[in-house]
Design a protein. Sequence first.
Length: 155
Amino acid sequence: MTKLVTSVIDFFYPPFRRIMPPQTFRYAACGGGNTLFDIFLYFIAYNFVLKKKYLYFSFMTISPHIGALIIASAISFFIGFWLMKNIVFNNSSLTGSAQMFRYLLLVIICFLINYICLKLFVERFHIYPTIAKVLTTIIVVSFSYVTQKRFTFKQ
C-alpha cells in the first residue's frame, strides 16, 4: 500500500520539481488529502450525524460544530499518522512509538487551535461552521508542517 500511494503521488510531482522538494510535495499531497477527508468528515458529522444539534451530557453540553470536530479528528488522526510516517517522513530515525507520541502531542495542540478558532469564527464572527473549518485548517496546516518536519518526524 505504501509503494502504491507513494508512486501515485510521485507521478504528479514533475511539474512541481522547480518550486518544491519531493518531501514538501508529498506533505502537501498527503496532508491535503487527509485535510480534505477531515473537512468532508466534519461536514457529514455536523449535518447528518449530529444533525446540527447539541450533544447533552449530564456533565456538559457540546455544540454541534465542536462535536463534529471531535468526530472528524478522531478518524483522520490515524490516517494522517500513517501517511506522514510511511509516505512523507519515512526516513525518520525515531521509533514508531516515539513518532506516534509526538504526533499525538501535535494533534492535541492542533485540536486546541482548531477548537479556539472554531469557537471564535462560529460563535463570535458568525461564520458558517464548514467555512470556519476551512479557514481554521489553513492556520493549523501551516503550524503542523513546520512542527512535523522539525519535531515529530525529525531525521
